[in-house]
Design a protein around this ligand. Sequence first.
Ligand SMILES: Cc1cc2nc3c(=O)[nH]c(=O)nc-3n(C[C@H](O)[C@H](O)[C@H](O)COP(=O)(O)O)c2cc1C
Length: 481
Amino acid sequence: MKKQIHLNAFTQCCIGHHSMGQWKHPLDRPLDGYRNVHYWIELARLLEKGCFDSLFLADVHGTYATYRGSRDTAVRHGLQFPGNDPTLIIPAMAAATRHLGFASTFSTTYFPPYHTAKLFSTLDHLTDGRVGWNIVTSYLPDANANFGLGPMMAHDERYERAEEYMAVCYQLWEHSWEAGAMVRDRVNDLLIDPSKVHEINFKGRYFEVPGPHMCEPSRQRTPVLYQAGGSERGVKFAARHAEAVFGVHHSTAACQAAITTLTRALVAEGRRRQDVKYFPGVTVVVAPTDAEARLKLETCRRYASPEGGLALFCGWLGIDLSKLESGKTLKDQRTDAIATCLNMLAAIDPEREWTLEEVGAAFSIGSVFPKIVGSPGMVADELERWLEETDCDGFNLMPVTQPQGFADFVDLVVPELQRRGLLRTHYAGQTLRERHFGVGQQRLDPTHIAHRSLPPWKRRAASSANGPAGRSPTGESVAAK
Ligand SMILES: Cc1cc2nc3c(=O)[nH]c(=O)nc-3n(C[C@H](O)[C@H](O)[C@H](O)COP(=O)(O)O)c2cc1C
C-alpha cells in the first residue's frame, strides 16, 4: 500500500492570517466569518468531507509592531489583528462533525500550566478525544507587556521554562487521576474514590502546582502534542515532547534535511522517527486547469498588501528590515524571535539580493510557505513528489483565499489523491491521535517523556514496588526524592 497523506488545514481566528490584503477579494470570507460561529462550523464540515486529519488554529497575543517600530502597518492591514480566541470555537465545530480533529495553538509563556491542563482536558472531553495542542513559546514583545510580564524572556530560556511547564501538564493529565477513580457507585453513595485522586505537589524553578487536576481523565488524557520550532533548541524541545511537527521548507532537500536533524534529536531522546509525524506547510492554488490556477493566483496578487507581508515577516524575525543597513543581508543578523525565519530568504533563492518591496510582495501571499499552483493533477503530482523525495507524513495546508481555497482543494485535489490511493476515503478510530497513528492509539505512547515525569506519590509507589533504585511503571529509571 502507498504511503498515506495526513492533511491538516492551517488558519487562525482572524481576518488576515498569512495572506495580507485578501480581505478585499470577493471570495475571501474571514472578514465577517472569523467572528461567526457558523463560518467555522461550515469550514469544519468541509474539511471532514475532505477527510482531513485536523483543523490547526494559530494564535498570537499582540501586534506585529517591529516594522518601522510601530503597530500602524499591522493594524492598517489587519495582520492577525483583530484576533479571537481559537479554543472557544472548537466545541461548536466538534458538535457539527464526528471525525475531524482540532489543534489549537496555546502559549506556554502567558498562561499558567494548571489553566492550560484544565482547558485542554475540557476540550478533549467536549470533542470526545479529538483535540491537539500546538505548543508555542511565542515571539511578540508587546504580548508580554499585555500579560504584565515585562520584557520578553530570551529565546532559549522560553524553551527551558516550557520544559518545566510540560512536566506540570503531564503530571496533571497522566498522573493525578488513577484509572477507575470515577466510581459512580449509586448504591454506596460513592462518586469518586479519593484514594485514586492525587496531588502532584510540583515544585520547580518556575512553577509550583499542588493539584490535583480539576478534570477527570478524558479519552486521550494528554492532547496530541504539536510543535513548530525550527531552531536548535526548538528541535530539541520537539524531539522530547512533540507527536507532530510543522515545518516550512522551500525544497524537498531542505525538508528532508530538517527531518534528518529531527530524527537524530529523537534518537538522542530515546525516541524513534515513527513516534512523530512531520508536516511541511504548503500553500495550494488549484483550478481545473493550470492556466486557470495561474490566473487565480494573479487575481489574488491584485488584492495583496506587500507592506502587510513585510510587517508580518519583520514580526517573525524580530528585526525591523526598514532599518537594514545597505549591504547587510539577513544572514548577518541575530534574532530573539523566530530563529528559522532568518534563513528563509536564502532558502528560497541563495543568489538573490532581495529588495524590501520584493520581500513584501513574496510574503503577502501565503507568507513563507512554498506555493503549488496548478490543476488537480499537477498539485497531486507535486504533493506526491514531496512524499517520495522526503520522509514527510503529510501536509499543513494553507490556502490564499479562505475558505474558498480549502473548498477548491476538497473538490479538486482530494478526489485525485484518493484515486491515487494516497488519502483515506473514510475515517477509522475516534481520537485525533488515532487519526495520526492508527486505530487503538488513543493515549500517549508509553515511552513518551510524560510517563517519566512522575509526581512524588507515583515515584514513592514505584520505588516501594521496585526497591530503592526505583523504576517507573513504564520501566524508566526515576530519581529517588
Ligand atoms: C507552521 C507554523 C505555525 C506556527 N504557529 C504559531 C502560532 O500560531 N503562534 C505562535 O506564537 N507561534 C507560532 N509558530 C512559531 C513556533 O511555534 C515557534 O514558537 C517559533 O518558530 C520559535 O521557535 P524557533 O525559533 O525554534 O523556530 C509557528 C511556526 C510554524 C512553522
